[in-house]
Ligand binder design. Structure first.
Ligand SMILES: *Cc1c(COP(=O)(O)O)cnc(C)c1O
Length: 393
C-alpha cells in the first residue's frame, strides 16, 4: 500500500511515526457502502449536503465541492475573468498548484517573497509586485498560519484585484475571529489525504459572492447552461461557456461529511500536539520553530515547521537522516522556491538574489508531524529525536 505521507526515498518500514495519516473508520466505511448500494454516484444529495455543511461551518454563503483544491484555484481565476495579458501575484514559497492555476488561465504568474517569521506572503513584497495588469493576489496560509489578510486585502482593493485564498492547509486557521478562507473573494480548501480532513482527493471553494459561486458551479461541469435538476426533459441542455469536469462524486462527499463531523476532534488534537512540540523545541541551539500565533493570526496547525538558522552549521540532510533512523516521519514544504523550479525558471528569469526568504525556507526547513494520528507518546518521541540531534536536554 502506498502511504502518501512517506517522504520520498524513505522506506515505510524505516519509520514508525508517519508525517501524516488519514483517520478513516467505520463511519466512513458505512457511508461509502451506502453510496455503492444506491444508484446516485454523482450529482447526488451527498455532495449538496457536504457543501451546505461546509458552508455553514465556515460561515460562508456558498460552498462548491470540487475534484481538488487545484481545480478550485483554477476555476476561481477563470470565474474572475482572468486570462492572457493579466498578472496574478503568487508567493514564491508555496505548493506548485497555486502558480499552475494561474498558468492554466494563460495569465502571467508574478512571484513575491514571503515573511521570514512565518513563510506567509509578505504584504510589502506583494505591494511591490503590483502593476496596472495585476488582476488577483493569491495568499497561501503557509502550513496553517493565516497570512496578514488585513494588509493584503487593502493592497488587493487598491489594485482593483481579486483576493483568492489558497487555504489548502488553512482549515481551522483564524484571522482574529474570522476563519481563513472566508476573508478574500473566495477561499479554496484541499481534502488530499495529508490535509486536515480528507475525501481521498477533493477540494471546496467557499465564497459569499453569488455570481462567483454560480460561475464556478457551471464551469466544474462542462459549462452546461442547465444543471441536472433544472432540465425540463432529461438529456436536453445547451452549452454556453467553456467548462471542465472538476466535480466531486458521492463517495467523496459521503466521506467528507463523516470527516467534517470529526473535524473538531482532529483540530483539537493538532493544536495540543503542536503546542507541546513547540514547547519542547523552544530554545534549540541553531534552529527555531515557526510561531503558532502571530498577532491576530492563529494557526490551524497543519504541521510544526522547524527552521535551521541561516548561519548555523547544522545540515538539514543530517537531521533528516537522524529522524529517519529514529522512525520519525517528516516532510518538506516546499523543497523548491517556485521561481527556481525548472518549469518556472524557464518562464520567468529571476535575479539570483531574488526571493531570498523563499530560497532559505526551501533549503533550511523541515515539517514535523502534529496530526491527530499521533499519540501523546509519539509527540514526545518526535520531540526527543529532535532534541537529541541538537543536544538539548
Ligand atoms: C495540497 C495543496 C494544494 C493542492 O491541493 P489538491 O487538493 O491536491 O489539488 C494547493 N496549495 C497548497 C498550499 C497545498 O498545500
Amino acid at each position: 500500500m502506498i502511504d502518501p505521507s512517506i517522504p520520498p526515498g524513505v522506506a515505510p518500514d524505516h519509520r514508525t511515526i508517519p508525517f501524516a495519516r488519514p483517520l478513516l473508520g467505520d463511519e466512513e466505511r458505512r457511508a461509502v457502502a451506502a453510496v455503492l448500494d444506491g444508484h446516485m454516484l454523482t450529482h447526488g444529495p451527498r455532495v449538496a449536503a457536504f457543501e451546505k455543511a461546509f458552508a455553514d461551518r465556515l460561515g460562508s454563503a456558498h460552498a462548491v465541492a470540487l475534484s481538488s483544491c487545484t481545480a478550485g484555484l483554477h476555476l476561481a481565476l477563470v470565474a474572475k475573468g482572468i486570462g492572457p495579458g493579466d498578472e496574478v501575484i503568487v508567493p514564491a514559497m508555496t505548493h506548485v498548484a497555486t502558480a499552475h492555476a494561474v498558468e492554466h488561465c494563460g495569465a502571467q504568474v508574478v512571484f513575491a517573497d514571503v515573511e521570514a517569521a512565518t513563510g506567509c506572503l509578505d504584504p510589502d513584497a506583494a505591494a511591490e509586485a503590483v502593476t496596472p495588469r495585476t488582476r488577483a493576489i493569491m495568499p497561501v496560509h503557509y502550513l496553517g498560519l493565516p497570512c496578514d489578510m488585513g494588509r493584503l486585502a487593502a493592497i488587493a482593493e487598491r489594485a482593483g484585484a481579486a483576493l483568492v485564498e489558497d487555504a489548502a492547509t488553512g482549515l481551522g486557521a483564524r484571522w482574529g475571529d474570522v476563519p481563513a478562507g472566508t476573508i478574500g473573494d473566495c477561499g479554496v480548501f484541499s481534502f488530499y489525504p495529508t490535509k486536515h480532513m480528507t475525501t481521498l482527493e477533493g477540494g471546496m471553494l467557499v465564497t459569499d459572492d453569488g455570481a462567483l459561486d454560480a460561475a464556478v458551479r457551471k464551469r466544474r461541469a462542462f459549462g452546461y447552461d442547465k444543471g441536472l435538476g433544472e432540465r425540463s426533459l432529461p438529456g436536453l441542455y445547451d452549452v454556453d461557456t467553456l467548462g471542465w469536469n472538476y466535480r466531486m462524486n458521492e463517495v467523496q462527499a459521503a466521506i467528507g461529511l463523516c470527516q467534517l463531523d470529526r473535524l473538531d476532534g482532529f483540530l483539537a488534537a493538532r493544536a495540543a500536539n503542536a503546542a507541546r512540540l513547540s514547547e519542547r523545541l523552544a530554545d534549540l541551539d541553531g534552529a527555531q520553530v515557526f510561531p503558532l500565533v502571530a498577532g491576530v493570526r492563529t494557526s490551524g496547525h497543519f504541521c510544526v515547521n522547524l527552521t535551521l538558522d541561516r548561519d548555523s552549521g547544522v545540515s538539514r540532510e543530517d537531521l533528516m537522516r537522524h529522524l529517519q533512523a529514529r522512525g520519525v516521519g517528516f516532510s518538506v514544504h516546499y523543497p523548491i522556491a517556485l521561481p527556481e523550479s525548472r518549469y518556472y525558471a524557464g518562464r520567468h528569469a529571476a535575479a539570483a538574489d531574488a526571493f531570498p526568504v523563499a530560497r532559505w525556507i526551501a533549503r533550511r526547513t523541515l515539517s514535523l508531524p502534529c496530526g491527530p494520528h499521533l499519540t501523546a507518546d509519539d509527540v514526545e518521541a518526535v520531540a526527543d529525536a529532535v532534541c537529541d540531534f541538537f543536544g538539548k536536554e
